[in-house]
Design a protein around this ligand. Structure first.
Ligand code: SAM
Length: 605
């Protein structure tokens, strides 16, 4: 962190003895679209977008939050994956139904999808966290607190940022969340069985309700009270001490809470935290209402919401909630779980011009496949470059693509261009005549062009290209065929065919990998095969019988769980899906979500 100095909102970057303003943009504000309203319009929000953009939106709307819990990616070096389960094929329902008793979850065919990457350089990570924390602070109410959930590797570095942003005097606690129910990792050190959660307040006057927990064993002790600041024992009229039994105590800053999540609550989200942890946080640092008249509910916000545990617990404890996450799987998981618990909320999407393919990580992977002729990991080309393309007249052309996981890289600014022309071009070990620099936004296009002209000491041409044009091509829709017929009770829509090229490609890759492993390691592998109708690739069907455009209104929906059972409008049933969905009114639109989370909407003719 040596070459970075910070001031409020402006991060300066020192390079070649010059100091550049790295971030003066503050929080970028983008258009926000309401995707869906579930139940009556309420203050509860599920927002798909980046933490910073969501904060900008809330600020613009004048919304302040009363408690923040964040569990951001940890810089843990992990690539988290989501297991994707093929559903039962409804056309084979009878055959499978006969074997229903034996069917267990392990037999379902699962393959994995990358959910979000967590591989960072420490410095990049801290810069990114700094920006996020500043944005969050700007929408915290005066009495709000923030819990920042980290691990032992990065926690201490982030603590320094927190001290800087909130002030050392606003530091309240370092909570050690200790869990013994983790497999012993062994090795030449003690087992790592805790996470660190830092608690800061926004101002002196913050909410704090002591957490009362049961004692392991009841104890007897003389009753005491405070008199003139001194603790004294209370005595009865005969002068005897009063002995009381204590079965409860106030929790301290070490929380022994298991991290195992019961099968029923498990949401297939790699980093899902247990509800009791959030229960403690929310009860300790928020109340149900802001005012005595009980007109305004307190808002609990999680800007890296994941599976939505904070939103679920906040809702159960009568608080309002704001759930933000960049990944589509998170938004779908929390939406479906909230519907099952009959919550009312709106789903919003931040339109920042970047059409993501499910999440930033998968978009980066996909980009590598759609830049024509791109080769990755070429020798003589540093990691700074995404790869190279080969052009007939020019030969090798290195390509730079901003890392979509890092907000700072989304804006091409002078410091980045400076790094490119004064460092990367000069260090190229290949003989290049041109480089391509993709950008999402440019800080000041004219200034950037001018800077290149005046400072590029090499003969290498720098071509700037808009990445958004490529990103638009990245999302290819699935194809669905269906018939809607009028019945005595209403309408019946039957799905006859579902084709998802994206999933088929994924499954092919999975099969190839499996086959290879079975050849090289002698492991038994049964490839996944998809039926002609492809209905086993469907996770959810929703009908909108109200509008044929605009915000989605789910008049009725069928979700097919991992075992093939139907969840109808949030209620679990013991029925297998038969390929149909019924509605009272004629559907105007149909929405289908595949098992990887891609959604498509089709208007019913
Ligand atoms: C450690 S997980 C959170 C898990 C969550 N506490 C739970 O219990 O399920 C971190 C989450 O942050 C999301 N994320 C990563 N970068 C983000 C960003 N810039 N803005 C918002 N969410 C982001 C990821 O998609 C991921 O779901």
């Amino acid at each position: 962190m040596d070459n970075i100095t910070r001031t409020q909102r402006v991060l300066r970057y020192r390079e070649n003895d010059k100091v550049y303003d790295r971030i003066k943009r503050g929080m970028p504000y983008y258009e926000v679209e309401i995707i869906e309203t579930v139940g009556k319009p309420s203050e509860n929000l599920v927002i798909r977008g980046e933490c910073i953009s969501a904060c900008a939106y809330l600020k613009e709307q004048g919304i302040k939050v009363d408690l923040v819990y964040i569990d951001p990616p940890f810089a843990s070096g992990a690539d988290y994956a989501k297991k994707v389960y093929l559903r039962r094929n409804p056309k084979l329902a009878e055959k499978v139904a006969a074997a229903e008793q034996q069917m267990d979850i392990e037999e379902l065919k699962a393959f994995e999808e990358k959910m979000y990457g967590d591989i960072w350089q420490k410095e990049d990570y801290l810069n990114w966290m700094y920006e996020n924390l500043l944005a969050i602070k700007s929408i915290m109410s005066e009495t709000a607190s923030i819990y920042v959930h980290l691990d032992t590797k990065i926690g201490h570095y982030v603590k320094i940022l927190l001290d800087e942003i909130f002030g050392e005097d606003k530091f309240i606690n370092e909570i050690i969340w200790h869990y013994e129910d983790k497999f012993a990792t062994g090795g030449k050190r003690l087992d790592k069985n805790h996470d660190t959660i830092f608690l800061y307040s926004n101002d002196e006057d913050y909410i704090f309700n002591p957490i009362i927990i049961p004692k392991d064993e009841t104890t007897k002790r003389a009753l005491r009270k405070k008199v003139d600041g001194k603790t004294v024992e209370v005595r009865d009229e005969n002068g005897n001490k009063i002995i009381v039994e204590y079965s409860e105590k106030k929790a301290d800053d070490v929380w022994d809470l298991g991290r195992t999540i019961s099968k029923n609550d498990l949401r297939d989200y790699a980093t899902q935290k247990p509800e009791p942890l959030l229960e403690r946080i929310i009860t300790a640092s928020s109340n149900e209402y802001r005012d005595e008249e009980k007109t305004e509910k307190m808002i609990v916000a999680d800007f890296f919401g994941g599976s939505g545990v904070a939103a679920m617990v906040a809702n159960r404890l009568g608080r309002n909630f704001i759930h933000v996450d960049i990944g589509i799987n998170s938004i779908q998981t929390v939406r479906d779980t909230l519907i099952a618990s009959k919550a009312e909320f709106q789903v919003l999407e931040i339109k920042d011009g970047v059409s993501l393919f499910r999440n930033p990580q998968q978009t980066m992977d996909k980009l590598a496949t759609i830049i024509p002729g791109l080769q990755r990991n070429v020798s003589g080309i540093s990691n700074f470059w995404f790869g190279v393309v080969t052009e007939a007249k020019l030969g090798t052309v290195p390509v730079y693509v901003p890392n979509l996981l890092n907000t700072q890289e989304k804006v091409l600014d002078i410091p980045t261009i400076n790094t490119i022309i004064n460092q990367e071009l000069q260090n190229l070990e290949v003989n290049a005549k041109k480089v391509i620099v993709y950008y999402i936004d440019i800080d000041d296009p004219k200034a950037v062009e001018k800077f290149i002209k005046e400072n590029n000491a090499t003969e290498i041409e720098v071509e700037l290209k808009d990445l958004k044009n490529l990103l638009h091509e990245i999302v290819i829709e699935d194809i669905v065929e269906f018939n809607t017929t009028k019945t005595k009770e209403g309408y019946e829509t039957e799905i006859t065919k579902f084709i998802s090229d994206r999933l088929i490609q994924k499954i092919n890759e999975f099969n190839q990998k499996g086959n290879l492993q079975s050849l090289t390691k002698g492991k038994k592998f049964e490839p996944i095969s998809i039926s002609e109708e492809g209905l086993e690739l469907i996770e959810l069907i929703s009908l909108d019988c109200e509008n044929s455009e605009g915000q989605w209104h789910s008049s009725t929906e069928v979700k097919i769980d991992k075992l093939g059972y139907v969840i109808k409008d949030g209620t679990k049933t013991k029925e297998f899906w038969d390929g149909k969905i019924t509605s009272d009114k004629k559907p105007k639109r149909i929405k289908i979500r595949n098992i990887s989370g891609d959604e498509m909407i089709k208007v019913v003719e």
